[in-house]
Design a protein around this ligand. Structure first.
Ligand code: CA
Ligand code: CA
Ligand code: CA
Ligand code: CA
Length: 445
């Protein structure tokens, strides 16, 4: 990458400083700007500045100023103010000093990142019903036992754009107004041409695949309600003034349907897990987790192997702990009880912080607690409903993983899991019943 050039001789910078302190100094607040640039709290866009030229300066003289820093006029803002792009990796402070030393320049300053402080205006959030997204100090609504997502949003962390998650479940009404923006479409598959364009073994799998019926439709009717609900907790569209908000307001969800009318088989579960893993590697997707709000049956080495393989590809497997009111260290509930290192098993909390009476637990096999009771989310058709279960707790964690991954790119599955468990809040009802002894807290994600 082109780095800064010899134009930045010490002499030039020194002369710039002389001008800065001189009476001819014109505009801007370089003292403030240069101090604030040293503080990472003040986010700025890389490789660009806003530059105001002095009025009436000839274009050729402006160009000599830009040449000092390798700058190019990118956008006229107003008057003599322009957005200027710089070579990749430019030291902005040095560039500002150099420009301020030039006779054509009134001032130069960073293009700061400003963020709208995000408060959900989604109906169920503002009404007090979406407690699983609340935090102790979240705007408008609070619940200390919520996932604290409202606090992360308030800091501008509401988007998981660029991150994908797999939803291994029933089908999903992906045309739902709170889901359609966050539904993944396979860019390597041409729909309706009867050809397996991306060579993954599935013809026309543009919206995922239905392993229960071995077809491409991942929404087959209003009975695909559980998958629709789970998806809205991970990635319901937030800030659109309607319905719910998921932990991630923006994300891409890949749908692998293998439950139909609420039931499925281990064979189809294996196919679904392998399908998601293959999509990640085949298309180099930033897919960091699958949500698995299902369980039952006996031990399957085949399924465990598929889960382990997804972990080898840095996919966390978030599993509902199950709704049997049992210690699954003693009475295993699969897949939550598999020993695979990439499983994150989730127990369910009530809105008052107690462990839900139905929730399984296990000090070695259940990792953390998350909101599970009275959870409002998307529901067929174009509707919303409240459900209870560890099925509702798991997607809060899956969304949290996606949010963390968005803001900490490049982590392994093991590092992501460590981060999620390391940020939990100690919780009496989860103490001795989970690995972390605590509950999900995404406020710092
Ligand atoms: Ca295909
Ligand atoms: Ca095709
Ligand atoms: Ca189908
Ligand atoms: Ca919404």
């Amino acid at each position: 990458m082109p780095r800064f050039t010899p134009r930045f001789s010490h002499t030039l910078i020194a002369s710039a400083l002389v001008v800065l302190s001189g009476a001819s100094w014109a505009g801007g607040r370089p003292d403030l700007v240069l101090a604030q640039l040293q503080d990472a709290q003040h986010e700025r866009l890389a490789d660009q500045l806003l530059v105001q030229f002095k009025p009436g300066v000839a274009a050729m003289l402006r160009q000599t100023a830009l040449d000092r820093v390798g700058g190019k006029l990118a956008q006229h803002l107003h008057g003599d103010l322009h957005r200027v792009t710089l070579p990749a990796g430019t030291d902005l402070a040095a560039a500002i000093r150099a420009l301020h030393g030039h006779a054509a320049v009134d001032f130069a300053e960073p293009n700061w990142v400003v963020r709208h402080t995000k408060v959900s205006d989604d109906t169920y959030y503002t009404s007090g019903q979406l407690w699983g997204m609340y935090g102790d100090t979240s705007p408008l609504q609070q619940n200390q036992y919520g996932s604290q997502a409202g606090e992360a949003w308030d800091k501008g962390h509401f988007s998981c754009k660029g991150v994908l998650v797999g939803i291994i479940d029933e089908g999903v009404q992906y045309t739902h107004p709170d889901l359609k923006a966050n539904h993944w479409t396979n860019p390597s598959e041409i729909d309706g041409n009867g050809v397996d364009d991306d060579g993954n073994g599935y013809v026309d799998d543009t919206h995922g695949w239905d392993f229960a019926n071995d077809d491409k439709s991942v929404y087959d009717g209003t009975f695909d309600s559980h998958g629709t609900h789970v998806s809205g907790t991970v990635g319901g569209k937030g800030g659109n003034g309607a319905g719910v908000a998921g932990v991630c307001w923006k994300v891409k969800m890949v749908h692998a349907k293998f439950l139909d009318h609420g039931t499925g088989s281990t064979a189809d579960a294996i196919l679904a897990v392998k399908y998601i893993t293959d999509l990640k590697t085949r298309h180099n997707l930033n897919l960091v987790a699958t949500n698995n709000s299902w369980g039952g049956g006996g031990y399957s080495q085949g399924l465990k192997d598929a889960i382990d393989d997804s972990g080898n590809k840095n996919i966390l497997f978030v599993a509902a702990a199950g709704n049997g009111s049992s210690n699954i260290d003693i009475t295993p509930h699969y897949p939550a009880s598999y020993t695979s290192a990439n499983i994150v098993a989730v127990a369910a909390l009530n809105s008052n912080g107690t462990l839900a009476s139905y929730s399984n637990w296990g000090p070695t096999s259940v990792d953390l607690c998350a909101p599970g009771s009275g959870i409002y989310s998307t529901y067929p058709t174009n509707s919303y409903a409240a459900l209870n279960g560890t099925s509702m707790a798991a997607p809060h964690v899956t969304g949290g993983i996606a949010l963390y991954a968005k803001n900490h790119p490049g982590l392994t599955a093991a590092q992501l899991k460590t981060a999620i468990l390391g940020t939990t809040t100690a919780t009496t009802s989860c103490n001795g019943k989970t690995v972390s002894n605590g509950r999900l807290n995404v406020s710092t994600f």
